[in-house]
Design a protein around this ligand. Sequence first.
Ligand code: ATP
Ligand code: MG
Length: 645
Amino acid sequence: MSEAVHEVPAAWAKRAYIDDAKYQAMYQRSIDDPNGFWAEHGQRIHWMTPFTKVKNTDYNGDVSIKWFEDGVTNVAYNCIDRHLKNRADQVAIIWEGDDPSESKKITYQELHDEVCRMANILRLRNVEKGDRVTIYMPMIPEAAYAMLACARIGAIHSVVFGGFSPDSLAQRITDCESKCIITADEGLRGGRKVPLKANVDAAIAKSGGVDHVIVVRRTGGAVEMDPVRDVWYHEAADVVTAECPCAEMNAEDPLFILYTSGSTGKPKGVLHTTGGYLVFASMTHQYVFDYHDGDIYWCTADVGWVTGHSYILYGPLANGATTLMFEGVPNYPTNSRFWEVIDKHKVNTFYTAPTAIRALMQAGDEPVKKTSRASLRLLGSVGEPINPEAWEWYYRVVGDNRCPIVDTWWQTETGGILITPLPGATKLKPGSATRPFFGVKPQIVDAEGKPLEGAVSGNLCITDSWPGQMRSVYGDHQRFIETYFKTYPGKYFTGDGCRRDEDGYYWITGRVDDVINVSGHRMGTAEVESSLVLHEKVSEAAVVGYPHDIKGQGIYAYVTLMNGVEPSEELRKELVAHVRKDIGPIAAPDKIQFSPGLPKTRSGKIMRRILRKIAEDDFGNLGDTSTLADPAVVDDLVNNRQNKK
Ligand code: ATP
Ligand code: MG
């Protein structure tokens, strides 16, 4: 496996807020004196009433997590109003449409006015502090206005990714009892229309309980409007003012609910609160991306995922940043789109997911090389382990060997980044998320929960709280306790497997459920996948365990080949030999199934639990597939598997 080390570039060490010595000192202090450390960094946001208490958290018993608990603040105030004095005319959001000819820039003053209007529209419809509002939107500025409008008046938003079906949407509306929905007529992705309003109608027919639907006109496509329940946003906005006061929110008042992406089971309604979340999102955004005034920052996530919440919207705007919001997809109109957008808007920092990197890598270097990317300074990755092969390609081809990559490990539950390099401080090892952020105490434990020291593999826990941590599962605190604090009592269990190397670097090896035990050797599926992807003919691979008479578990690999490569018996043997040579005989796949597509969640993560079932021939029991991007992929895999038998 690749163990290359990339030093911190000299220019970065000079420019960055944090160099290595500073990282060590700040990290140590954050662990030795969390109250002092966070009291100081809690000042990075504006408090209407300053807090006097900092940390009050308990991972035992009923599990109670409170930060800055007597402070009063407002997230929208921090993301907008406090910047108006100096930044009214600075661009807050650059919006790039699905069609390359469409883009616009929204200043902080314009953002203020739009958010106030949206907030007033909600108030006129009796939305009050604590009420839940479901947002089901394409990636257009109105999605940001909607989220910030909720924050402004103290309503709790639940953003549901625009790619979800009416059933999934209905489930989420019911779970948090939203009475109000904000949507658009249609979405536009990769030139294709998504019938958002029609989906909302179908969802409400199922869920009931919705009094108001606010509809933004995006495409102008025909939709049905219920004369009592539904209103056009542009008509409603005409009759309200651009002034709306910010509600006084306690630090522990809920800010949003967000359902996890569902790669391991039924999505959980993750609840985040106000003060600690914003402190953590803005602080991680500043230091991890080394954000300086004037930087153009682009995170390609959808606002339907936590990455969109913390690192398109809340973190950057709290820092007075210019954040780019992209409506489209990486391969439309061509595979050069990302890089063309970078050139068009002179993007300095680019943050995306391994699934996108692998897909673009498959299309070759040419679509990248024909663009300049001279403005790029820093690259980021999030969502899955990034295999070293993809890391190196991202570094070499996209970043022209000069941009550090921050491989950021975190979860919906963590609110912000927990394990990550800092670009001016951390030597990079491709495939490793490297070291903990300030205030984060990772621990690797064995199956019994015994802490393991030094260079080891095991289960990743976090032993103490940080301000951005989720506070509960909405409406089901018991599930919160059961899911995260029962496996290893007194610790937050992440569900991820992890290796720590001799330099103290952390390597996420995949979900613990995905760790396989072959003849007594435990290994992460990510390791075998990385090795397979290293082969020039392989584009993507997913590895699962299956029952094996002799070894206990055997290795079953699903392999997607590069464009134009045909599957063959010979190639199968070549791949087995390749892994055997790269990692060792123990990791050689027992079975390889060539598959043109892999089942992925709508956020692009491979759903290994489904692949496990198929490998076990347990076709009738595939579990919750409602969060799959393309259910047809599963039928193909099953048919293929059955034909082979
Ligand atoms: P669910 O919890 O419903 O199964 P999910 O875990 O996919 O869904 P998210 O919160 O979106 O939902 O994803 C967090 C998970 O993504 C982490 O637990 C980890 O497995 C993976 N992950 C995120 N970033 C990284 C990274 N940089 N390296 C390795 N894994 C990562
Ligand atoms: Mg998860």
